[in-house]
Design a protein around this ligand. Sequence first.
Ligand SMILES: C[S@@+](CC[C@H](N)C(=O)[O-])C[C@H]1O[C@@H](n2cnc3c(N)ncnc32)[C@H](O)[C@@H]1O
Length: 264
Amino acid sequence: MVESYVFEQTWESERDRLASLEAVYDGPTRERLAALGVGEGWRCLEVGCGAGSVARWLAERVGGTGRVLAVDLDPRFALGVDVPGLEVRQHDLMADPLPEGAFDLVHARAVVEHIPERDEALRRLVAAARPGGWVVLEDFDVEGPMADAVARYWPSGSEELAGRLFRALEAAFTAAGVDAGYGRRLPEALASAGLVEVAARVHAPLLPGGTAFLGLTLRRLRPRLVGTGLLTDADLDATIELTERQGVMHVPNFMVTAWGRRVG
Ligand SMILES: C[S@@+](CC[C@H](N)C(=O)[O-])C[C@H]1O[C@@H](n2cnc3c(N)ncnc32)[C@H](O)[C@@H]1O
């Protein structure tokens, strides 16, 4: 039995954590969506929109003749901003119907990795795209040897601790039904789902000390991480302190962006 969504939004700082995720990853996301030609008049679906920055950016980009539907299991952090052409809706990808063949772009970042029935989630996303439309998925890879790969980009002397941290993250994610290596599997998954012109890119941001994203995420996951037995509370405090220390840099994880087109 798999536990519920690992970042269940009951914690008051979840809004800040989502905003910090956006601050780190929106740049590469926008770059890719722009490169695919997203523009005036496009109909876009943003699934698992979180705090909504990608949905708002898309709405500005598609202008008055386009539209953006942004959905989330819990959309509270994306509601309350009045952007023309943007509709935010409560929606469970795995339970609620979506319009079929309706969107020029379907995008989901750090969402499908969390859904245990990933193939079915992907099938639903592909079905929502119009023939010829793009499906863009982004997910992390913190699986297996990635722990040591990420740790190599931490301050010298902290690699062993950082490696254990990422092994604990993988174990905690796996226990919660998350596929910690889904990012790496994305290109194959998109091709298996029938998409064509599949391509992908790996992004590993090297963040300056004081960047909020990883520290907020680790605080959020503390009981699950310590519960793996791979690191103690003191170890976790030490890694959080490293992410906050001025003058040193760290990589929070590797993100894979993969895209493909529904057969026209
Ligand atoms: C890690 S957050 C990422 C948020 C946003 N995509 C971003 O990258 O900034 C994952 C989001 O997916 C949503 N989510 C998880 N399972 C979902 C489902 N079955 N249907 C819709 N949204 C879901 C969560 O509520 C959460 O807002």
